[in-house]
Design a protein around this ligand. Structure first.
Ligand SMILES: NC(=O)c1ccc[n+]([C@@H]2O[C@H](COP(=O)([O-])OP(=O)(O)OC[C@H]3O[C@@H](n4cnc5c(N)ncnc54)[C@H](OP(=O)(O)O)[C@@H]3O)[C@@H](O)[C@H]2O)c1
Length: 323
C-alpha cells in the first residue's frame, strides 16, 4: 500500500509517498481503506521528531481517518466489510489502509460527506472528554483559546449547543469573526489584552472553564481569568510546558488546573470516549446544530503543502488529506 513516510525528521519536505507493507488485522481490530486523513498540529510535531508515537503505535503519522471497512478480526461483531466509518487512531492515518481497535471506530454522522467526516473525531473526542472532565455545565462561562482552529471551531459550537456562554481568543480580525459566527458571545485578539476584555465582557466574573492550547505562556493570565471555582484544562503546549503557577491565587479562587492528552489513553478509554461522541455529538451534527469545521482538502500527494498551510497559522478549521 501507499503511505506517507518520513526518512529523517525535519520540515514538510521530508514527507513523501512510498510503498510500505499493509497492516495486518488483529483479532479485535478492523482494517480501514482510508478515504480522508485528518491533519493535526501533533502531526507537525511528530514530523519534526518532537512527538514520538506511543509504544506499539504505528510510526506513520495520522491520528484520525474516515473510510470503508476492508477487513474485520474474528472478535469484531458489529462491523461488516464495506461499511463507512471514522476512526480515532494512535497513529498510522496517513496511509491507504490502517488497522485500529474496533472500539475506536464509529459510524460517521448521517448527512456528512465521508471526506469531511475525516476531520471530526479527533477534535470531538478531545473537546467532549475534556468538557466532561471539568464538568462544564449549562449556564457557565467558557473561554476557548484559539477559537478559529480545529479544536476551537468545534469547542465553540459544542459549548454553545450545551447552553454555555462562550468567549474565544484568536489572532486576526477574520478569525475573530469566525469565532463570533460559530456562536461565541465575543472574541478577543490575543495580541491585545484579552484578560481585561474577558473581565469587561463578564462584569468581572471571568471564566468558569478555560480550554487552553498555550500551556506555560498562558498559565498566569489563565489563573487570573478563572472565576471562583473555575477550572483550567490545558490540552496544548504551544507556549511551552513549564510555567509558574501562583497557588495562592488558585487557592483563593478554589480553582483547579488539569492537563490531558488523548493519544496516550488506553484503548478502553478511547473506546468509551468514541461511544460518547457518537451518542452525544453526532446528533448535534446531524440536526445541523454543529456544523463541521470549515475544511481545506489536499490530495495526499501534496501532504507537504498541507503541513505548510497548518504551520503558517493561516488555516481556519481543519485540513484533510484525500486518497
Ligand atoms: N491534548 C490533546 O488530547 C489534544 C488533542 C488535539 C489537539 N491538541 C492540541 O490542541 C492545540 C490546537 O489543536 P488544533 O488541531 O486546533 O490546531 P490548529 O488548528 O493549528 O489551531 C491552533 C490554534 O492555536 C491558536 N493560537 C496560536 N497562538 C495563540 C496565542 N498566543 N493565544 C491563543 N491562541 C493561539 C491559533 O489561533 P489563530 O489561528 O487565531 O492564530 C489556533 O486557533 C494544539 O496544540 C494541539 O496539539 C491536544
Amino acid at each position: 500500500m501507499q503511505a506517507v513516510v518520513i526518512e529523517s525528521f525535519g520540515g514538510p519536505e521530508v514527507l513523501r509517498l512510498a510503498d510500505v507493507p499493509p497492516p495486518s488485522c488483529g483479532a479485535d481490530e478492523v482494517v480501514i481503506r482510508v478515504v480522508g486523513s485528518g491533519v493535526n498540529r501533533a502531526d507537525l510535531l511528530q514530523r519534526q521528531g518532537h512527538y514520538p508515537p506511543p509504544r506499539d503505535a504505528s510510526e506513520i503519522l495520522g491520528l484520525e481517518v474516515s473510510g470503508v471497512i476492508s477487513a474485520a478480526g474474528p472478535g469484531v461483531l458489529d462491523w461488516r466489510v464495506g461499511e463507512e466509518c471514522v476512526a480515532l487512531l494512535s497513529g498510522g492515518g496517513y496511509a491507504e489502509y490502517v488497522a485500529v481497535p474496533a472500539g475506536q471506530v464509529v459510524r460517521p454522522p448521517r448527512g456528512v460527506d465521508l471526506v469531511t467526516a475525516a476531520g471530526l473525531i479527533e477534535v470531538a473526542a478531545t473537546v467532549a472528554s475534556n468538557f466532561a472532565r471539568v464538568g462544564l455545565a449549562a449556564g457557565e462561562t467558557l473561554l476557548v483559546h484559539g477559537g478559529a482552529g480545529g479544536i476551537g471551531t468545534f469547542a465553540i459550537q459544542f459549548a454553545d449547543a450545551l447552553g454555555v456562554r462562550v468567549f474565544a481568543t484568536a489572532g486576526s480580525p477574520r478569525k475573530l469573526t469566525v469565532c463570533r459566527e460559530l456562536g461565541a458571545a465575543d472574541a478577543f485578539d490575543y495580541h491585545g489584552d484579552w484578560l481585561a476584555a474577558l473581565r469587561r465582557a463578564t462584569d468581572g466574573h471571568g471564566a468558569d472553564v478555560i480550554l487552553d492550547v498555550m500551556g506555560a505562556k498562558y498559565l498566569p493570565p489563565n489563573v487570573d481569568a478563572l472565576a471562583t471555582d473555575g477550572r483550567l484544562v490545558v490540552i496544548g503546549l504551544q507556549g511551552g510546558r513549564s510555567g509558574t503557577l501562583d497557588l495562592g491565587k488558585l487557592l483563593a479562587k478554589r480553582g483547579s488546573v488539569t492537563a490531558t492528552g488523548l493519544r496516550g489513553r488506553p484503548v478502553e478509554q478511547k473506546a468509551a470516549i468514541c461511544a460518547e461522541v457518537a451518542a452525544t455529538v453526532w446528533p448535534l451534527i446531524e440536526s445541523g446544530r454543529i456544523r463541521p469545521a470549515v475544511e481545506t482538502r489536499y490530495p495526499v500527494e501534496d501532504v507537504a503543502g498541507a503541513h505548510r498551510h497548518l504551520a503558517s497559522g493561516e488555516a481556519i478549521g481543519k485540513l484533510i488529506l484525500t486518497w
